[in-house]
Write a protein that binds this ligand. Structure first.
Ligand code: 3H9
Length: 703
């Protein structure tokens, strides 16, 4: 019997299967909620049904509420009410889980009386990743079964766990091998035979056995969060709700009202809007114009040129994806160093118990090395990761052009060089693309796919296909100095240096940026990355720097002392191991530089630091968009979120700009232009958007 378009009820041997079929992930949209509520009613009314099994078609049990409905007017029945209807069913209800039973999906399961799961399934409450809390009884029902520890671990980490772990926690009753529907039926029939009836989770108490430990844990976690999640709403609301769950003076229905109120408060917050934007944005970046026009080329064998930090990291990323990789180096010694760089990563995995020695050997068997480009003849795609110097790269590309078969793809990992110029030096510019990995390349999720003028669409889609296989988040970028990420970085770093020379200390700037939500400020990052790299770039670019550009020399003075950051023990900070302290000598250098430049230092408030830093970031983001370097504002957001540690709960710089108001940002830039009209030129796109009353979100939607 069809209950709604997406929920049906089938009866088999006294068991009513309430089946959800709402691809792709069976999200709990209105029709699913209605279907479950009406389906339970129908099952209760049907004398032929003795027990109900809630199960889903397709790849997964519901993976949560339908996130696309958030922000729209609520459409009844609300999910917490559906959960209560399930629990109140007069006949035993079994949830049969497969795939990823997440968020509201897992809450449906917790509201059922019993839970059976396919052995490969995962369960989780990932709402925190969307700036939310489990808002359909997860904060109330789960701790009743598990106590505070496992419930808080799941809700505060947002990480799904295998169902075997769920069984240990007590939230999964049975694990099924083979066909889930058959197993669920057998389980339901067994329950009936044993005479086990309804088992309402809201009436369970085993999680409250040790209230001392329960309450201590709440206090401990609150202290941790005050350090780790300062300024964030959802984590603290989760704690409040889990504390309330165990309060004997608060009835379940009252606590549910409090959970609902907390959920609605989070849902209305900018934090949740930012995180929900990030969720959809990171799935949108793979949607590119070339996808319609082409199919990917085959990729079976990859090669990496260079075994340094980047080359080895890329090789590991390829090996981790299960593909073979050939590493080319200029001589035997460098090749051995490259191999050691790769092996080191797996040796660490073995040491940490993440893989066995035999598994490491099996992975390393897919690594081969050579000093002879001749071995590249059967390779489908090569990624060049040699020294960041155009002439060096051109020489490598000439050799690749000679060695590689027709139809093979030649990729460069350059982080800012002109790929059109590089491509023009070989016979097949249509096969050349940029694959800009971020360090460490095997860990960082972002992959800027840089699309030069002559490349064919199938090469572009192959690069996106590769990103997916490597588990990366790809962003399509055009050719310019620094592409999307490094170009924007260079601009906001300059804004930061101007503030430093004008009177803010690097320590104040770092603290303000951390308070905004970054894990580190820009000068801490510089010390971590090594000041020498930026210094070399600045020297190289000195000749082409426009004379009207303001140039701050503080970093050069620091580098001239050999203070390159953590690796030399001094940079903007002094280091004792990883512990850093502010350095009065750096402040002296800054004072001397201000004097040399004729600047009388002034005070900056933390707010002004934030306003200027992000105005520079957003304005350059607009230029990047206007020039077609980024497809949409969301591509910039994803780049900054995944490559530059922009706080996820703020959605990315362009989303943040929408929330602040584009008119506000433009006014700020116009006011700063009075002191430096060259740097603070408002982007024409920003001006147009403000004049037309449009937002970046409009651009994302193609409006
Ligand atoms: C919640 O439940 C709140 C409740 O506590 C209280 C409510 C009152 N809704 O990721 P994929 C789309 S909050 C709508 O590429 P995978 C996704 O956009 C929710 N759409 O597949 C994509 O669309 P497209 C808690 C959703 O196999 C397509 O499905 N739950 C939803 O790599 C395929 O997704 C979560 O936070 C959704 N809930 O990964 C889980 N989920 O093809 C969020 C996905 O047009 N979801 N879509 O780009 C996930 O983590 C992953 O999607 C999942 C599958 C692991 C399920």
């Amino acid at each position: 019997m069809q209950i709604t378009d997406v929920v049906s009820l089938e009866v088999e041997d006294g068991i009513g299967f309430l089946i959800v079929n709402n691809p792709p992930v069976n999200a709990l949209g209105q029709k699913v909620r209605q279907g479950l509520a009406d389906g339970i009613a129908a099952a209760q009314a049907d004398a032929a049904i003795r027990a109900v099994v809630i199960i889903a078609e397709g790849r997964t049990f519901p993976a949560g509420a339908d996130i696309t409905e958030f922000g729209k007017p609520p459409q009844p029945p609300a999910l917490p009410d559906v959960c209560q209807i399930i629990e109140d069913c007069a006949k035993p209800v079994v949830a049969a889980l497969h795939g990823t039973a997440l968020g509201g999906g897992f809450e449906i399961a917790l509201s059922s009386h019993y839970r059976i799961a396919d052995k490969g399934a995962k369960i989780g409450l990932p709402e925190i990743n969307l700036g939310l809390l489990p808002g359909a009884s997860g904060t109330q029902r789960m701790p009743r079964i598990t106590g505070a520890g496992p419930a808080l671990d799941m809700m505060l980490s947002g990480k799904p766990v295998p169902v075997a772990r769920g069984r240990d926690m007590g939230v999964i009753d049975e694990i099924a091998e083979g066909d889930l529907r058959k197993a669920a039926k057998a389980y339901a029939l067994k329950l009936l035979k044993m005479g086990w009836g309804r088992r309402p989770t809201s009436e369970r108490r085993e999680g409250f056995k040790d209230m001392g430990a329960y309450n201590n844990l709440i206090v401990e976690r609150r202290a941790e969060l005050q350090k780790k999640a300062k300024g964030q709403l959802a984590p603290f609301k989760i704690l409040d709700c889990v504390a309330l769950a165990a309060d004997p003076s608060v009835p379940f229905a009252e606590a549910m009202k409090a959970e609902r109120a907390a959920f609605m408060e989070c849902l209305a917050s900018d934090q949740s809007k930012g995180m929900i934007h990030a969720f959809f944005a990171e799935r949108q970046t793979a949607k590119i114009p070339e996808a319609k026009a082409a199919t990917p080329r085959d990729l079976n064998k990859l090669a990496v040129i260079g075994g340094g930090t980047m080359g080895a990291g890329i090789a590991v990323a390829v090996l981790d994806a299960g593909l073979p990789v050939v590493m080319i180096e200029r001589d035997a010694e460098s090749l051995e160093r490259g191999r050691a760089n790769v092996e080191k990563v797996y040796a660490r995995n073995v040491a940490k118990g993440r893989m066995s020695e035999a598994q490491k050997d099996a992975v390393m068997a897919r690594w081969t090395g050579s000093v002879d480009y001749g071995v590249l003849a059967d390779v489908d795609l090569v990624i060049e990761a040699v020294f960041e110097e155009m002439e060096v790269k051109k020489a490598v590309f000439a050799q690749l052009d000679a060695a590689m078969r027709p139809g093979a793809i030649l990729a460069t990992n350059t982080s800012y060089l002109n790929i059109d110029e590089l491509a023009a030096t070989i016979s097949r510019p249509e096969d050349v693309i940029g694959l800009h990995f971020f360090s460490p390349a095997n860990i960082m999720k972002l992959l800027e796919i840089v699309v030069p003028a002559k490349v064919t669409a199938d090469v572009v889609v192959t690069a996106f296909d590769l990103a997916k296989r490597l588990g990366k988040i790809p962003v399509r970028a055009g050719v310019c100095d620094g592409f999307i990420g490094n170009r924007i970085l260079a601009t906001y770093r300059r804004a930061s240096d101007y503030m430093m020379e004008d009177g803010a200390s690097p320590y104040q700037i770092d603290a303000a940026i951390r308070d905004f939500g970054y894990p580190m400020g820009p000068y801490q990052v510089s010390d971590l990355a090594g000041g020498d790299i930026g210094w070399a770039t600045r020297k190289r670019k000195a000749a082409t720097r426009p004379p009207e550009e303001r140039y701050v020399q503080i970093a050069d003075r620091i580098c001239e002392n050999g203070w390159f950051g953590q690796k030399t023990g001094r940079g903007y900070y002094r280091y004792d191991g990883r512990v850093s302290v502010e350095d009065p000598e750096v402040l002296e250098i800054i004072a001397a530089e201000r004097k040399r430049a004729g600047i009388t230092p002034r005070d900056f408030t933390d707010d002004e630091i934030i306003e200027r830093y992000f105005a520079a970031m957003i304005n350059e983001g607009c230029n990047v968009l206007d020039e077609g370097i980024a497809l949409r504002p969301l591509d910039i957001d994803v780049t900054l979120l995944y490559g530059y540690a922009f706080p996820r709960w703020r959605g990315g710089p362009m989303k943040y700009a929408d929330m602040v108001g584009l008119d506000v940002i433009l006014k700020r830039i116009e006011s700063y232009a009075a002191e430096d009209a060259h740097f603070w030129q408002p982007s024409p796109l920003l001006q147009r958007l403000v004049a037309e009353g449009r937002t970046f979100d409009d651009l994302n939607k193609g409006n």
